[in-house]
Design a protein around this ligand. Structure first.
Ligand code: ZN
Ligand code: ZN
Length: 350
C-alpha cells in the first residue's frame, strides 16, 4: 500500500510502499477513505511532540471502511484488557462490520486500569497510545485500529467532511465543555477546530468573538460567515469582556492576551498539544478568580457525545482536499495559513 511516512524530525514525510497490515484480535483493517491533517502533525514533524519509534505513518482523523475484522476480544500490547464502553462498533461481530464506515481518533489505546482510566479520564492515561504517533495512522491506503476506539460516522457526512470532526471537532468540543455556560466566548486561532466550534457554540446560543493572526482578513471574514459577531486581531480587545476563551493557536503569548480580554470569574482554555513558552504575567491578570487550564486528548465519551451532536447542529466542515501523495503540501499550507477550515488527504483507491 502507499503511505506517507515520518522518518525523522525536520524531514518531510516520505512516500513509501508498505505491506498491507493485518487485523489481529480486537482490531479492524480499514480502507482509508479520508484522513484529516492536524496542527499536531506539524508538532510531530518539528519535534515539539516526540514520535517515540519512527518510522511512523502519521494521521489521526481517519474515516475508513472496514475491510476485515480480527477475532473479537481486546487487543493489548501491555497484557491487560480494558473494558469497552458504549454501543460502538465493538459490539458487532466481524461479518456484520464489513463495509461499515468508522472514524479513528487520536486516542488509540488506553490501559483500562490506572486511576485515570477508572475515573472517566482515560484521556490522561499515562500508558495511552495515540494514533499516528505510537500506532500507524491514516496517511496510507489502509490502517489498523482497535475496534473499541473507533466511532461510527454519522450518516449524511461525506468522508472528507467527516474527517475533521475526529480531532478538530472532538477535542474542540472537550474544550467547549470546559467553558461551562459562558455566553461570551472567545476563540483564539480560527482554524479547523474553531470553525467547527463556532457553529456548535452559536447553536448553543453563545456569542462568539474570533481572534486571528494580525491582518488575517480571510480568516476573520470566514469567522463572521460562521456566526462570530466580532472578529479581529489577537492583540485587540474584544468589544465586551469574554466569559471564556479557548486558545487553539500554539502561541504562549496568547495566554496573557486572553486573560486580559476575560472578565472576572472567566476561564482560559489551552486546547493544543504544544505551545511556545507563556510569558510571565502580573498576578493582577489572574486575580478575580480567573482560571487557566489545558485540555488534553479526548475520551471515548467525548467522541460519542460530539458525533451525536454534530448532525443536530448541523456542523458543516469546510475542507481543502489533497491527494495522499501531496501530504507535505497540505502540511505546508496548514503551517502558512493558506486555506480556511481543514485539510483532508484522500488516498487512491487500489
Ligand atoms: Zn489532532
Ligand atoms: Zn490507563
Amino acid at each position: 500500500m502507499q503511505a506517507m511516512v515520518f522518518e525523522a524530525v525536520g524531514r518531510p514525510l516520505e512516500a513509501r510502499e508498505l505491506p498491507q497490515p493485518r487485523a489481529e484480535r480486537g482490531q479492524l483493517l480499514l480502507r482509508v477513505r479520508a484522513c484529516g491533517v492536524c496542527r499536531t502533525d506539524l508538532h510531530l514533524l518539528d519535534g515539539e511532540v516526540e514520535v517515540p519509534n519512527p518510522p511512523r505513518v502519521l494521521g489521526h482523523q481517519i474515516v475508513g471502511e472496514v475491510v476485515e475484522a480480527g477475532p473479537p476480544g481486546a487487543t493489548s500490547r501491555a497484557g491487560t484488557v480494558a473494558q469497552a464502553t458504549g454501543n460502538g462498533p465493538e459490539e458487532r461481530d466481524g461479518d456484520e462490520m464489513r463495509g461499515l464506515r468508522v472514524g479513528v481518533p487520536w486516542l488509540g489505546w488506553t490501559c483500562g486500569e490506572c486511576e485515570w482510566c477508572r475515573s472517566g479520564r482515560e484521556n490522561l492515561c499515562p500508558r495511552a497510545r495515540f494514533t499516528g504517533r505510537d500506532i500507524d495512522g491514516g496517511m496510507a491506503q489502509y490502517a489498523i485500529a482497535d475496534r473499541r476506539f473507533c466511532f461510527p460516522i454519522p450518516d449524511g457526512y461525506p468522508d472528507t467532511q467527516a474527517a475533521p470532526l475526529l480531532c478538530a471537532g472532538l477535542i474542540g468540543y472537550r474544550c467547549l465543555r470546559m467553558c461551562g455556560d459562558a455566553e461570551r466566548l472567545g476563540l483564539y486561532g480560527f482554524g479547523a477546530a474553531a470553525h467547527i466550534l463556532c457553529q456548535v457554540a452559536r447553536w448553543q446560543g453563545r456569542r462568539v468573538f474570533a481572534f486571528t493572526r494580525a491582518g488575517d482578513e480571510s480568516a476573520q471574514r470566514f469567522a463572521r460567515e460562521l456566526g462570530a459577531e466580532w472578529a479581529g486581531d489577537s492583540g485587540q480587545a474584544p468589544p465586551e469582556p469574554l466569559q471564556a476563551a479557548i486558545i487553539f493557536a500554539p502561541d504562549g503569548a496568547l495566554v496573557p492576551a486572553a486573560l486580559a480580554a476575560t472578565a472576572p470569574g472567566g476561564v482560559v482554555i489551552c486546547g493544543g498539544i504544544h505551545m511556545s513558552q507563556i510569558p510571565a504575567i502580573d498576578y493582577e491578570l489572574l486575580w478575580h478568580e480567573r482560571t487557566v487550564r489545558s485540555v488534553a486528548n479526548l475520551t471515548r465519551r467525548d467522541g460519542e457525545e460530539f458525533l451525536a451532536l454534530a448532525p443536530q447542529v448541523p456542523v458543516r466542515t469546510h475542507v481543502s482536499e489533497y491527494p495522499l501523495h501531496q501530504a507535505n503540501r497540505a502540511l505546508d499550507d496548514l503551517r502558512h495559513g493558506r486555506f480556511v477550515g481543514a485539510a483532508v488527504l484522500r488516498p487512491p483507491a487500489d
